[in-house]
Design a protein around this ligand. Structure first.
Ligand SMILES: [Zn+2]
Length: 553
């Protein structure tokens, strides 16, 4: 192992002061983090993502080679979360020491320097500071302090793919809500959630549909196994099927396990990360003894600090790049990055940047965004640095879009407005004639025309028993865009009734009334326009009489 470490430039580093390798309660932890930030102000930021039930801060210390506090385009975001179970304390201490270690080495040890120059790292030593305060050293396998101050297990408190909305779900806890908001805030790529009570790297899924403890394969199973092995194989005893005294029958091949195969659980944080964000999260169990005496902490630190660095550097594997608009060069966010054969999309972030972690192999990636032609390319991923794959997407020609999304309705591709109110009236009548039994047209007061679309249009009782929706456009003559959009929507719905199960079901269960042009005028040839008119140009009396017409609906 030593030669591997040396090859990666991991030598000649400054150790953490051995006197600090002790337990830190909330006040000591807070002071420790402030001390690190003061010692390394240019590369750190200390922030809180919220408060625990008992009002303790949920501290995070961020390390970033440049500009802590903001996402840099192309720089991946990584996080470690410790002490989610308040009585599993090794991770809390190890993460504090890791932060200290970064501060001491960020400008001198090549591995650390490179890592922090190319990665934004967020370290949360304790997600459950309240639970910690009620736990005590020497309680190697107990449960006191495991839950938060409301007695709720935070690693069972996240929305779950298999148990959404079940009545026995516990209310969302402030610690959980804070973490979920944090996940939504930054485009995290890779993460680990650190625990104790075993020595193993655990990967998704944690849940199974029926609740049985069997292997529950995530679409990215191969990549998760690779990530889990990155940790276990760097650890001095994780791969040696280390068995904990309390669970002598448990053996983990290669020091890794699928979560549900070990034991199935619901509401866990790692499944939530994978299914709701771009982030791949693993659960790393660092010690048999959940709350060892302080004398044992140096040993856990020496075992884990190198694996923690190795795991972190895995954020730079797979495929990465930017997705831009072909014509403007503008970054495209929320582009789905899909991999053929793997049913799991990641989305590009605000700057069009993306990271797709993948185990070594050959893959075809597709970049898909509504309104754009998709792009695909085949790449070969190795165990070395990520493949850079940038993509530019062209806005899809309207004709293509029309064929794919709008039933090829040529009238909906017209690039100009209908000129007069009378034209809207005529088009509405034409639509009713074209789709008898589905579309009815009615003249309201003042010559305002209403279209009703409903699968039960000829059955008054059935039709009237359905819920109704009313859409109204063009309230004055300078605002014809909404009328145009609504008329096109009416065409889309009518054409879709026989071509789309979704629209048929919609129109069989809803009565939709559309008034494309509410503005009325005694002069049928009144021209509509989209000029920016001042409100003085809009006749209130015209609007009032039209509103009366709508009331009759
Ligand atoms: Zn735990």
């Amino acid at each position: 192992m030593r030669s591997d470490r040396e090859r990666k430039g991991f030598k000649d580093y400054v150790s953490v002061d051995s006197k600090s390798l002790v337990h830190h309660n909330y006040d000591a932890l807070t002071a420790y983090l402030h001390r690190i930030h003061s010692a390394c102000p240019s590369v750190t930021r200390l922030y809180s993502i919220g408060k625990s039930v008992q009002n303790r801060e949920l501290w995070v210390i961020e390390f970033s080679g440049q500009s802590p506090g903001s996402h840099r385009p192309g720089v991946p975001e990584f996080k470690y979360v410790g002490n989610m179970h308040g009585n599993e304390v090794v991770s809390r201490e190890v993460l504090l020491y890791l932060a200290d270690f970064f501060c001491r080495n960020y400008d001198r040890t090549p591995l650390v320097k490179d890592l922090l120059a190319s990665t934004r790292v967020h370290i949360m030593p304790s997600m459950n500071p309240d639970g910690y305060e009620s736990s005590h050293a020497g309680d190697s396998n107990g449960v006191v302090g495991r839950s938060n101050a409301n007695g709720i297990d935070l690693n069972r408190n996240f929305p779950d793919q298999f148990r959404a909305g079940e009545p026995d779900e516990k209310p969302e806890q402030p610690e959980t809500a804070a973490v979920r908001a944090w996940l939504a805030r930054w485009p995290f790529v890779l993460s680990a959630n650190l625990h104790g009570g075993a020595v193993v790297a655990n990967y998704p899924f944690d849940g199974t549909k029926e609740g049985a403890s069997v292997y529950s394969k995530a679409p990215d199973d191969a990549t998760f196994r690779q990530l889990a092995r990155a940790y276990s194989s760097s650890h001095p005893r994780m791969t040696s099927q280390h068995r904990c005294p309390a669970y002598l029958t448990e053996r983990f091949t290669d020091g890794i396990t699928n979560g549900a195969q070990w034991y199935s659980l619901y509401g866990g944080m790692q499944d939530y990360n994978y299914l709701n964000t771009n982030c791949f999260e693993l659960t790393l169990e660092l010690s048999c003894n959940k709350h060892p005496y302080a004398a044992e902490l140096p040993r856990y630190w020496s075992e884990n600090f190198y694996p923690l660095l190795v795991f972190m550097s895995a954020v730079h594997k797979g495929v990465r790049g930017f997705v831009l608009d072909f014509d403007t060069g503008a970054p495209l966010s929320a582009v789905s990055v899909l991999v053929d054969g793997i049913d799991h999309a990641v989305l590009t972030a605000q700057d069009g940047d993306y990271w797709r972690l993948l185990a070594p192999g050959s893959y075809t990636l597709r970049f898909v965004k509504r309104g754009y032609s998709s792009y695909s390319a085949t790449v070969t991923v190795t165990d070395e640095a990520a493949v850079q794959l940038n993509a530019t997407l062209r806005i899809r020609p309207f004709a293509d879009w029309s064929a794919a999304q709008d039933f090829n309705l040529k009238a909906n591709l017209a690039s100009e407005y209908l000129p007069t109110i009378a034209d809207y009236r005529q088009q509405s009548k034409d639509l009713a004639r074209q789709y008898p039994g589905l579309v009815a047209v009615r003249s309201l007061a003042d010559g305002v025309t209403a279209l009703t679309l409903c699968g039960r249009i000829d059955d008054d009782d059935a039709k009237n028993s359905l819920p109704g929706a009313l859409l109204v456009g063009t309230l004055n003559k300078f605002e014809s865009a909404t009328g145009e959009v609504l008329l096109r929507l009416a065409r889309h719905l009518a054409a879709g009734y026989n071509q789309s199960d979704e629209l048929r079901s919609l129109l069989n269960n809803l009565r939709i009334t559309i008034v494309p042009v509410l503005f009325s005028s005694s002069n049928n040839s009144t021209k509509l326009s989209i000029n920016n008119a001042s409100s003085a140009d809009c006749s209130n009396t015209e609007l009032l009489s039209s509103a009366t017409a709508v009331e009759s609906l």
